[in-house]
Write a protein of this length. Structure first.
Length: 112
């Protein structure tokens, strides 16, 4: 039981928040490319400009943060946040006034 509790602090979530310009055709292409690239790295849309990714450890999270940093566009505002699984689990999500069901957490595969 103690092991499960400790895992909640070791497992991480990486959140990427972005607000990119979409005024010109080129801006929209850059926006779409950035969004496509982070999705190919395993990020899922949480809200329109908020994407998240489940990571097995802080070391794994650092790898994905580095990948996001390598594809940052020249313009716009991008934020990257890392939180523990425990913190993520305390989030309350609503659909209108109704409390939404909790998301399924990806199962962690361990190889020895």
């Amino acid at each position: 039981m103690k092991s499960d509790r400790l895992k909640a602090y070791r497992i991480m979530w990486v959140l990427v928040f972005f607000d990119l310009p979409t005024e010109t055709k080129k801006d929209r292409q850059i926006y779409a490319r950035f969004r496509k690239n982070i999705m190919q790295d395993g990020f899922q849309m949480f809200q329109f400009s908020i994407y998240m990714r489940h990571c097995a450890s802080s070391e794994n999270a650092a790898v994905h943060i580095k990948r996001v940093k390598s594809i940052l566009p020249e313009k716009g505002h991008i934020g990257i946040m890392t939180i523990t699984d425990k913190q993520f689990g305390m989030m309350e999500i609503y659909r209108g006034k109704k409390l939404a069901e909790r998301m399924d957490v990806p199962q962690q595969l361990e190889l020895f």
